[in-house]
Design a protein around this ligand. Structure first.
Ligand SMILES: NC(=O)c1ccc[n+]([C@@H]2O[C@H](COP(=O)([O-])OP(=O)(O)OC[C@H]3O[C@@H](n4cnc5c(N)ncnc54)[C@H](OP(=O)(O)O)[C@@H]3O)[C@@H](O)[C@H]2O)c1
Length: 257
């Protein structure tokens, strides 16, 4: 039994993707357009959005900075006016910066939290009233397996993603009874501009296209948590239940940090 109400078949589905100029969001937008969905794509880099749209008749380009609530509100109004409603809002946008405990400053922490947490919550607050008024539709939030438990170098990134996992769980509890779907998307390592900066070996690294395939499959199946690749996320889910003494020792051994 799926945890979420079914989405319309892709050719009838109207999807807004925030964070669609590169990486996972861009690949997901391309796949949805190829499946016949109507897709509105947002991010700050308008030229890259135009490349993703590729002149497709079903693509709407809405450049914005999603940390600016007024821009999100205006885009949401235009998208709903163009489509007469919306079936799915996918908040993919996010950023990453390695921060270790001794590098922590108010400035580097707040900069990361503004994008990875505050903007996601503010965007949810913008879109929810219309979804509730429709009485159907769904919201999907991209968090990360880095939100499962603490990891070295992910001092604030991990905290932002852990908060998003909790946020999505609570959204689900509140919204399921109102007929709305909530999707929590937890990728492992995906090759994108974000991870191209990483200098360490990334286990089970997949392409953005493989990530998009997993996301579309999870959405179509009505799953609450869409985590991938399974070979990696299964291991991490096991680590999640280990006592701290074992967890800390294993992570130190695996990362050398
Ligand atoms: N790659 C991985 O291994 C991995 C693993 C787990 C989770 N994730 C998560 O997956 C999501 C996508 O990451 P990615 O790997 O695909 O990275 P990416 O290629 O860097 O994509 C990030 C997207 O977010 C957009 N974005 C960032 N700040 C924004 C802002 N202020 N306003 C609007 N859009 C903004 C970027 O567009 P503009 O720069 O054009 O604004 C871009 O489209 C992130 O939330 C990330 O944390 C990634």
């Amino acid at each position: 039994m799926p945890l979420n109400p079914p989405l319309p078949p892709w050719p009838d589905c109207r999807v807004w993707i925030i964070g669609a100029s590169t990486g996972i969001g861009a690949a997901t937008a391309r796949r949805l357009l190829a499946e016949g969905a109507r897709v509105a794509i947002s991010a700050r880099q308008a030229e890259r959005l135009a490349e993703v749209a590729g002149g497709h008749a079903n693509a709407l380009i809405e450049p914005l900075d999603f940390t600016a609530g007024a821009q999100v509100t205006a885009a949401w109004q235009r998208i709903r006016a163009a489509w007469g409603g919306s079936d799915l809002v996918l908040i993919v946008a996010g950023t990453h910066a390695e921060i270790r405990a001794w590098e922590l400053t108010e400035q580097n922490a707040m900069a990361l939290l503004e994008t990875n947490l505050h903007a996601v919550i503010k965007t949810t607050a913008v879109v929810l009233p219309a979804l509730l008024a429709q009485g159907r539709g769904a919201i999907g939030i991209v968090s990360s397996v880095a939100g499962y438990r603490g990891l070295p170098k992910a001092l604030i990134y991990g905290a932002s993603k852990a908060a998003l996992i909790n946020f999505a769980e609570t959204l689900y509890l509140d919204l399921h009874g109102k007929g709305l779907g909530v999707y929590l998307i937890n990728p492992g390592f995906v090759k994108t501009p974000l991870t191209d900066k990483n200098e360490f070996r990334m286990p089970h690294l997949i392409t953005a296209e493989e990530a998009a395939t997993a996301i579309l499959a999870g959405l179509a199946a009505g799953e609450f948590e869409i985590d991938f690749p399974k070979a990696f996320t299964r291991q991490l889910k096991l680590l999640r239940v280990l006592p701290y003494r074992w967890y800390f020792a294993l992570i130190r051994k695996a990362t050398g940090l």
